[in-house]
Design a protein around this ligand. Structure first.
Ligand code: GLC
Length: 732
């Protein structure tokens, strides 16, 4: 079967593109390369909307669509237009009032749901269930496509090893193996098997590439890394997206080793086209072409447009350089016409694959309304939310909560905050659709539920914990819901201190002083450094930002209707001073020990608070009988897992590898496989992994991909820090 990317090369469509290219003027070609933002010219308070996203606030927005440019045939795409009616109205102008009637493609950030907002991607990946991610992406596409959209700027697949970086919330964490599985699943969910299906949409692999490695975790900052690291850690999810047939890529804001990724010929052409065989098109990130001037890489907008187009960017998001400058550059002989034609071809290819020439009006307001917030969508949202929750601590079985409890105190700034349950990149959702954690608890128990906010999340107001302490003293258990607001992570939301913001830890300490059992429920968009919480809370539940069904899902876990099985996809540091910290790191020549001259800190541990892959269950699992069977092409690794507890539960069995001696130092562990299994109490099952010898290689100092002979260690375990260890030799 042809691979997904070569399915994009359909001779009938290519012939139609040839015919169109033959008719297009240079200005019309430059227009196809142009994406306009639906620029807002009035009736909208951006900050108020960010604080409390409500689609009603968008109804009074006045926008300038440059409809005259559509009639001239010099716009190819819009971002930010919502609603089937508005999209159809603009599409009609393009089809009926422009010379060639080439349809527009409408894109928007549909990152973790459209109106049914699902858990943020960093939460969902903790399910370690790519199929779940495919399903939520499929529903997101169904609702967004019903609202007229053709294209989402998702999935974001930036590997992130630095929790100070706010956009860690949007991706799949720190690991290339897990990140690749989720990247491919989300692409398949958004796109389906046939892009002409009006319930699917084109996906976008972003931000290409290395964006998550911003120095000091400061968003948009410079990125330096070895090419080997780029290819072994940051590229795999993008390669998996290409193999899954992704239709588009988005170049990023950051420079990579001094060359901005939106004008980087090595990554955009030599790697993405020549090595990976990508046949869709690349859009720049928002004004990232214009920002080449600020980077000091281009002298002006025209120079920026030239460099971006020649490097391999096909569509210009809102800089308008391609529209205004490319014709002049072609006429001056600076940019070859065939480069423009190639970019136009790639964009028209996606428009044909979407069926926009045959079905330019893919929805209407009736279809749009019927598709939003369907009961089955909400059921999936609750299921995805439950499966994203990670149990980090459960001392003396304080969880699940006992049914006989008489009084429960719910305290904290995130307990009754529906808007914050939606997380970043949820502006198409509505806080009114979200169920708060307090509501979820109130609906799930017959106990008396007392509530106090305790303090604000941001600490801007003076703290008075008296009401919180008072209700704690009256209760059998305190559920403290603390963490970050939706705006404390996501784009441009880097933090220097990744503890609990404001007075929240002081609030927890005041509650803890009462001696009442304390359950801490975290709602946050990044790993947090919480040594006091880890040490003193009776139980800790990481719930991230779970979307519209946050409340019911958290209650399902707290009261035992669902046995949590999530595993961390990003390391939780003990302190921000450890960052960047990640599990798949080299050992160094002086690993930390009691000896003075070793790789350690004077003022804190080397080990993280919670390692990659960590997560507990209400039951317990035992690992035994590891068998490693090396073959010429594959290595078979088996282990038995037993549920030794009294409850049925799911376990994510993880396979890690280490190349012990190599021509470049290798990580002490690399995730090479995972399987999630459900075991009844007392049940045992043998899990089998098949490792291909070809997949255990790395890039040597000369950038050759090699599998070198020698000793390899393997582990099968419940997280990256524990497991049964075995070994095998590669002799050739
Ligand atoms: C933003 C983001 C990108 C998003 C684009 C369009 O700045 O970096 O992820 O898709 O602009 O909204």
């Amino acid at each position: 079967m042809k691979d997904k990317q070569s399915q994009w090369l359909n001779p009938v469509i290519e012939a139609k593109i040839d015919a169109l290219l033959g008719q297009m003027t240079l200005l019309e070609k430059a227009g196809q390369l142009t994406q306009l933002g639906a620029s807002i010219v009035g009736g909208f308070d951006f900050n108020a909307f960010l604080e409390n996203p409500d689609p009603e606030m968008l109804k009074n927005v006045r926008r300038d669509f440059h409809e005259d440019w559509i009639k001239q045939g010099t716009v190819g795409s819009y971002l930010g237009v919502q609603g089937a009616e508005e999209i159809n109205r603009l599409q009609k102008i393009a089809l009926e009032e422009s010379r060639l009637g080439i349809p527009l493609i409408f894109g928007l950030d549909v990152i973790h749901g459209y109106r049914t907002i699902f858990p943020i991607p960093l939460a969902e990946v903790c399910s370690w269930e790519p199929e779940l991610a495919r399903k939520t992406a499929e529903v997101a596409a169904r609702e967004a496509a019903a609202a007229g959209l053709h294209w989402t700027f998702a999935p974001m697949m930036d590997i992130a090893r630095d929790a100070r970086w706010g956009r860690i919330a949007e991706g799949a964490g720190e690991d290339p193996c897990l990140g690749s599985a989720f990247a491919a699943a989300r692409v398949r969910g958004f796109q389906g098997d046939d892009l002409t299906d009006p319930q699917h949409m084109a996906a976008c692999a972003k931000h290409y590439i290395g964006y998550g490695a911003a120095v000091a975790g400061r968003d948009y900052n410079t990125v330096e890394m070895a090419l080997q690291t780029l290819h072994e850690v940051y590229l795999p999810p993008f390669a998996a997206a290409v193999d899954a047939g992704v239709a588009t890529f988005m170049s990023a804001f950051n420079d990579l080793n001094g060359v901005p990724t939106s004008a980087n010929r090595y990554t955009l052409t030599e790697v993405l086209r020549d090595r990976l065989g990508f046949n869709g098109f690349v859009v720049s990130d928002s004004n990232s072409i214009g920002e080449l001037v600020m980077h000091g890489y281009a002298s002006d907008r025209k120079d920026a447009g030239k460099k971006a187009l020649l490097a391999g960017v096909d569509m210009d998001m809102v800089t308008e350089s391609f529209r205004f400058d490319i014709p002049e550059l072609v006429e001056a002989g600076v940019v070859p016409l065939n480069v423009v034609d190639t970019a136009v071809r790639r964009i028209l290819r996606v428009k044909f694959m979407l069926g926009l020439f045959d079905q330019p009006y893919r929805s209407n307001s009736a279809i749009e309304t019927a598709a939003q917030l369907r009961p089955d969508h909400l059921e999936l949202a609750r299921e995805a939310a439950r499966r994203s929750i990670v149990l980090l601590k459960n001392e003396a079985g304080i969880l699940p909560l006992n049914k006989t409890l008489k009084t429960i105190a719910v305290i904290g700034p995130l307990a009754d905050s529906p808007a914050d349950m939606l997380g970043s990149w949820s502006f198409t959702g509505s806080a009114q659709d979200a169920v708060s954690i307090l509501s979820g608890i109130q609906s799930a128990t017959g106990a008396e539920v007392l509530y106090a906010q305790g303090c604000a999340a941001d600490g801007k107001q003076p703290a008075d914990f008296s009401e919180a302490v008072e209700i704690a003293k009256k209760s059998d258990v305190v559920i403290a819901v603390v963490g970050e607001t939706a705006r404390m992570s996501g784009e441009a939301a880097s933090r220097q201190d990744i503890g609990l913001p404001g007075h929240q830890e002081a609030l927890l300490k005041a509650i803890w002083q009462t001696g009442v059992p304390l359950v801490v429920v975290l709602s946050n968009g990044r790993p947090l450094a919480l040594p006091w919480v880890a040490q003193n809370a009776g139980a800790v539940l990481e719930t991230w930002q779970l979307g519209v069904q946050a409340g019911p899902a958290v209650a399902d876990v707290l009261f035992g209707a669902f046995n949590p099985a999530g595993k961390l996809a990003a390391t939780f540091p003990y302190a921000v001073g450890q960052v960047p910290i990640y599990y798949n790191r080299p050992l160094t020549g002086r690993p930390a020990s009691d000896f003075w001259f070793t790789s350690k800190y004077l003022d804190g541990p080397v080990e993280p608070l919670y390692p990659f892959g960590f997560g507990l269950s209400y039951t317990q699992f035992a690992y035994s009988d590891l068998i490693v069977t090396p073959g010429a092409e594959t290595i078979t690794i088996q282990a038995a897992i037993t549920n030794t507890g009294s409850l049925a539960g799911e376990e994510v069995v993880q396979l890690y590898l280490r190349d012990v001696t190599a021509s470049r130092v290798r990580p002490i562990k690399e995730l090479k496989g995972f399987q999630k299994i459900l075991l009844a109490p007392g049940e045992s099952r043998t899990v089998t992994f098949i490792l291909n010898v070809a997949d255990i290689g790395f890039y040597d100092p000369e950038m050759n991909y090699v599998v070198e002979p020698g000793l390899f260690n393997v582990w099968v375990g419940t997280n990256s820090a524990e497991g049964l260890q075995g070994e095998f030799w590669i002799n050739h």
